[in-house]
Design a binder for this molecule. Structure first.
Ligand code: ATP
Length: 322
């Protein structure tokens, strides 16, 4: 977590609104682009390298990642433990600086931004959902949802708030405190909080990691609906193939590289791809998949047709030690 950032909602409270940032045109969608119907990708990473430490102890967490995340799409990132998922997410969020390479978020080149620029970007353009719900216990659900706007001293767009609250299905729970809500309801409040400021992209890090299968499905269906109904762009890191099957596209990392991807995935096609990447992942994630969080075919918001379109961009790697 960056200093000065609200632990609850990921919003920075120390940014100044008048800071300048370096803006560059978004990169064209190329080899690993997903759905691009709405134009340029919402996030583009090019040749991202992140090395932690030096000399013998150096770890190459990202080893030349080039990827586009499509605007108005739900993208999941999967891969073995230590494959670089969090590092990629942190570089996109400006929480970590790449050793080399570039990241463009909604037209803004973040890798060259000042700390203040990054703070402003996180406050105004990014929404965060964490595994821990990070709600403020003394605030109601509604107060938690509008917290990022209150911190940023931005007005609440009542119409958009209403749309988000309806989408999240918590209209009759807005006066409840977190302790009076189930885990799934709390995470849906956290999702609504991430969406209410109309971020360019919502970054979700294991959002269902603390939830049972029913609650997981509620949260994932909501994330999917936020994309389908509200035009939100969502990027989610997960270990759970069933959770990833709610996404339009799944990106697979291994050893700091993009090694495969699926469009309109199913839990089965994801498991097959994980199995091809490395046996450790298969074992770990098969147990996760045993949880019945399978999307309900009756969920209108889930992809009606799911086909496998895997494209290997790099030679497959053996799974690293976990
Ligand atoms: N701050 C750090 N200092 C040193 N090494 C780090 C740091 N952060 C991550 N690493 C290393 O970088 C590699 C990638 O880590 P990362 O957390 O991105 O993987 P991950 O795919 O998110 O793993 P997991 O699924 O276990 O969360 C790992 O080898 C990790 O030990």
């Amino acid at each position: 977590m960056a200093a000065g950032r609200c632990e609850a909602c990921g919003v920075d409270d120390a940014a100044r609104a008048d800071e300048t940032t370096t803006a560059t045109p978004a990169a064209d969608s190329t080899d690993t682009a997903g759905r691009t119907a709405a134009g340029t990708p919402i996030v583009s990473a090019r040749d991202l390298v992140k090395v932690y430490g030096e000399g013998d102890t150096a770890v190459r967490a990202l080893d030349g990642v080039s990827v586009d995340f499509a605007r108005g799409a739900f993208t999941a990132i999967m891969g073995p433990s230590g494959s670089g998922k969090s590092t990629l997410m942190h570089c996109v969020a400006g929480l970590d600086r790449p050793t080399s390479g570039s990241v463009v978020v909604d037209g803004e080149e973040t890798s060259r931004m000042s700390e203040r620029g990054l703070t402003r970007l996180r406050r105004t353009r990014l929404g965060f959902v964490f595994q821990a719900f990070n709600l403020i216990p003394t605030l109601t659900a509604l107060e938690n949802i509008t917290l990022p706007l209150d911190i940023a001293r931005r007005p609440v767009d009542a119409e958009h708030l209403d749309a988000v609250v309806r989408a999240v299905g918590l209209a009759d729970r807005l006066d409840h405190k977190p302790a009076e809500l189930s885990g799934g309801q709390q995470q849906r409040v956290a999702c609504a909080r991430a969406l209410v400021a109309r971020p360019a992209v919502v970054l979700a890090d294991e959002p269902t990691g603390n939830l049972d299968s029913v609650s997981s499905r509620e949260v994932l269906a909501f994330l999917r609906r936020s994309v389908e109904d509200l035009g939100q762009s969502v990027v989610m890191v997960t270990h759970d193939p069933t959770a990833a099957s709610f996404a339009h596209r799944v990106l697979f990392l291994a050893d700091g590289r993009v090694v495969d991807e699926l469009h309109d995935p199913t839990a089965e096609s994801i498991l097959a791809t994980l199995g091809a990447i490395g046996p450790d992942v298969t074992r770990e994630d098969r147990s996760a998949a045993a949880l019945d969080t399978r999307p309900d075919p009756a969920d209108a918001e889930h992809a009606p047709h799911q086909e496998r379109h895997a494209h290997a961009h790099h030679p497959r790697h053996a799974a690293p030690e976990s």
